[in-house]
Design a protein around this ligand. Structure first.
Ligand SMILES: [Zn+2]
Length: 273
């Protein structure tokens, strides 16, 4: 029933002191989360907002409970996408409506996505560090994390990518070897291959011009925009529920969205007292 938590196995998980943590538990968003997050939206970057949102709603990671914010920030990007998709489904239901512009003719296309369709199964052999050899140079790298994205968001765009890559390099052999362009490209591709959930690509077909195109789906952006919309409606919801049921504001804010919505729907159907 609504208000229950969700469990998922993260695509990669995180290694802390040699131990692998991969089982996550989430609770659904409440009105209080919606208000809190919408107040941050203007001043905090998107990756940081995602970290704060997940730190509120991820209730456990293996035996770690509560989960510190820096642990959420240190999760690989794909794990965070999987958590955000699960949180979206748990909080607001199975359907995600949106609008996308065709990259050929700019026509407005309706998006009808389901979080479950975008979730990949957990990876077979996740590792804290991966290795790759190109032209005699061996590079050990880790996957980019939320923290890397947060730092990248503070840099000018032409520096951000190189900086992120440098931070993810754990070791280069031989030492001081030149990192060729081919090697850098190969590492970037390998990072994606090792964490495919990090980049969600939607394949679209435009009914207007008949062309096919693909678009990147940013779960944090989608979900946080939606949270902002719910927050704007929230005082109206509180007013309606408080007037009818005489509940305290704090109790209404503590309801998960779908529970709040259920009572509002009942009132809409004519169930006024
Ligand atoms: Zn088109």
């Amino acid at each position: 029933m609504w208000g229950q938590s969700a469990l998922l196995t993260l695509p990669s998980g995180i290694w802390l002191d040699g131990k692998h943590y991969r089982a996550a538990a989430l609770r659904p968003l409440t009105g209080e989360d919606e208000l809190f997050m919408s107040a941050l939206a203007a001043s905090v970057s998107l990756p940081e907002q995602a970290t704060i949102l997940l730190a509120r709603c991820v209730t456990a990671l293996g035996s770690i409970a509560p989960v510190p914010t820096d642990v959420i920030a240190a999760l690989p990007v794909g794990d965070r996408e999987a958590l955000l998709l699960t949180l979206r489904g748990l909080s607001y239901g199975g359907r995600m409506d949106g609008v996308l512009n065709c990259s050929h003719c700019n026509a407005k296309l309706d998006l009808d996505l389901h979080p479950d369709q975008l979730l990949l199964p957990p990876y077979d052999q996740p590792a804290p560090v991966y290795e790759l050899t190109v032209e005699g140079v061996t590079v050990a790298f880790r996957l980019p994390t939320g923290e890397d994205e947060t730092l990248a968001a503070r840099l000018p765009i032409d520096h951000a990518e190189a900086d992120l890559l440098r931070r993810c390099l754990v070791d280069v052999t031989p030492e001081r070897a030149e990192l060729s362009e081919a090697l850098i490209d190969a590492v970037e591709q390998a990072m994606l291959d090792c964490d495919p959930q990090a980049e969600i690509v939607i394949d679209m077909h435009c009914p207007e011009c008949g062309q096919a195109f693909s678009a990147l789906f940013d779960t944090a952006q989608f979900l946080l925009r939606e949270v902002g919309q719910r927050a704007r409606q929230l005082y109206h919801d509180i007013h309606t529920l408080a007037l009818t049921y005489h509940w305290r504001e704090a109790d209404i804010l503590a309801l998960p969205f779908q529970r709040r919505q259920m009572y509002l729907n009942l009132l809409d159907e004519g169930g006024t007292l």
